[in-house]
Design a protein around this ligand. Structure first.
Ligand code: ADP
Ligand code: MG
Length: 215
């Protein structure tokens, strides 16, 4: 494979199937001889993983949205410089489970901080760095939360702070991802996640074949 390394992010609500799909896509790319780095946010570098622990555990209102947005931006800057950019420079495709659109949706839209404010924070933290492709998995709140709750290990690691936020929070979140996709159609694609795992994976592969010129 001679294509330039790509940076692909996966976004969407809880239980939409991001982690499931990203793993399947990584195996598929690897079967095409492409070296892949699979990473996730918050986290993805040793320092950013420390911040992840601060963000995902504890009470729902543990952080002010502004504090949350700043911590996420700090983690993301580290993740980009120390994990993502070196991997891309080494020719690896980087697949990231959540990225900056989640900050726009969670803290900006649903958390009430305002989208522009989150964009400004991110601009300061890491400038215009952006994914080549963003796959947005869209699913109803009810189905997403039911899937998230049935997920193995969902409760044991206590990393469910965001899953406990109320329904209107999740509705706003869903709409925010759709708005981002409408604003940036060349970067984003929305996939209906109310389908079988295999069908969704097939759709993602087709999009990659077209947009990333995979043979
Ligand atoms: N298309 C699907 N249909 C039914 N169950 C699914 C589907 N995709 C994922 N799941 C299951 O739903 C749960 C949540 O999926 P996961 O990939 O962890 O979602 P996310 O990472 O978006 O929160 C997991 O138990 C997973 O096996
Ligand atoms: Mg996940």
């Amino acid at each position: 494979m001679t294509q330039a390394a790509r940076f692909i992010t996966f976004e969407g609500g809880e239980g939409a199937g991001k982690s499931t799909q990203i793993r399947l896509l990584a195996s598929w790319l690897e079967s095409h001889g492409i070296e892949v780095l699979l990473t996730r946010e918050p986290g993805g570098s040793p320092s950013a993983e420390l911040i992840r622990g601060l963000l995902l555990k504890g009470d729902v209102d543990k952080w002010l949205p502004i504090s949350e947005a700043l911590l996420l931006a700090a983690a993301r800057a580290d993740h980009i410089e120390r994990t993502i950019k070196p991997a891309l420079a080494a020719g690896k495709w980087v697949l990231c489970d959540r990225f900056y659109d989640s900050s726009i949706a969670y803290q900006g839209a649903a958390g009430g901080l305002g989208i522009q404010r989150v964009r400004d924070i991110q601009q300061i933290a890491f400038g215009n760095m952006r994914p080549d492709l963003t796959v947005i998995l869209d699913l109803s709140i009810e189905k997403g939360l039911a899937r998230a709750l049935s997920r193995e290990g969902a409760k044991s690691d206590m990393e469910d702070r965001f899953e406990r936020m109320d329904k209107s929070f999740h509705e706003t979140l869903r709409q925010a991802f759709l708005d981002i996709a409408a604003e940036e159609p060349e970067r984003c694609c929305v996939i209906d996640a109310d389908n079988t795992i295999e069908h969704i994976q097939h759709s993602i592969r087709s999009i990659l074949e077209k947009r990333c010129k995979l043979a």
